[in-house]
Write a protein that binds this ligand. Structure first.
Ligand SMILES: [Fe+2]
Ligand SMILES: [Fe+2]
Length: 205
């Protein structure tokens, strides 16, 4: 199968599992960031692309109220951690099932599912590919579509989300490329906030 056709097929297979948190666009945009990162740094596309497309299929195992508790600016405490862990662990199970259905090679499948299982936890990475997936996932929050989507679905103010992202800018990312992309995006979000909320003081870029 052509690689581009395989990627389209993977999006199609992942789509039903991405409905729970309305994550299809998140997967698309994170995939675009992963391509951007791979264009600038070394990374195996056979690992990075499937992992980033499939990384959030595990939200399909949680109820909407659990999802709301498990992630975002307001998430905290043991319950949030446990629920978040479920989306990683179950996501790895579902990702393996999808890849096996498509006859993907076993060694790559093991590496991909390991990344899915760790994508939102830990501050260490085992491979460059894991770092790229984690960076591409986080970059979504800084993107125009991602930022305003998160304002809406987390029910937080744009300023609050902006401050949260600004605080984590220098701790979340593994590559300098991702940090720079995030910083540039955040500057654009600050400009948009001045347009949307012109009376709100205190935005910094
Ligand atoms: Fe996730
Ligand atoms: Fe994600």
């Amino acid at each position: 199968m052509l690689w581009s056709r395989f990627i389209s097929r993977l999006f199609k297979e992942a789509k039903p599992y991405l409905q729970a948190r309305d994550d299809f666009k998140h997967a698309r945009i994170s995939h675009q960031y992963a391509l951007l990162l791979m264009g600038r740094e070394q990374g195996d596309k056979k690992i990075v692309e499937p992992a980033v497309i499939l990384h959030d299929v595990g939200w399909s195992c949680l109820a909407p109220q659990q999802i709301a508790l498990a992630y975002g600016v307001k998430a905290g405490g043991l319950e949030a951690l446990e629920l978040n862990r479920i989306h990683e662990v179950q996501g790895a199970v579902i990702a393996r099932h999808i890849l096996q259905t498509l006859d993907y090679d076993a060694v790559s499948t093991d590496q991909i599912t390991l990344i899915v299982e760790r994508h939102d936890s830990g501050t260490e990475i085992a491979t460059a590919e894991e770092g790229m997936v984690k960076d591409a996932d986080k970059l979504w929050r800084f993107s125009q579509i991602g930022f305003w989507k998160e304002v809406e679905r987390q029910q937080v103010g744009a300023e609050e989300l902006y401050r949260h992202l600004d605080k984590h800018l220098w701790t979340w990312f593994f590559s300098l490329t991702a940090k720079e992309l995030a910083e540039n995006e955040l500057r654009r979000r600050a400009q948009e906030m001045r347009l949307v909320l012109p009376e709100t003081p205190g935005h910094t870029s």
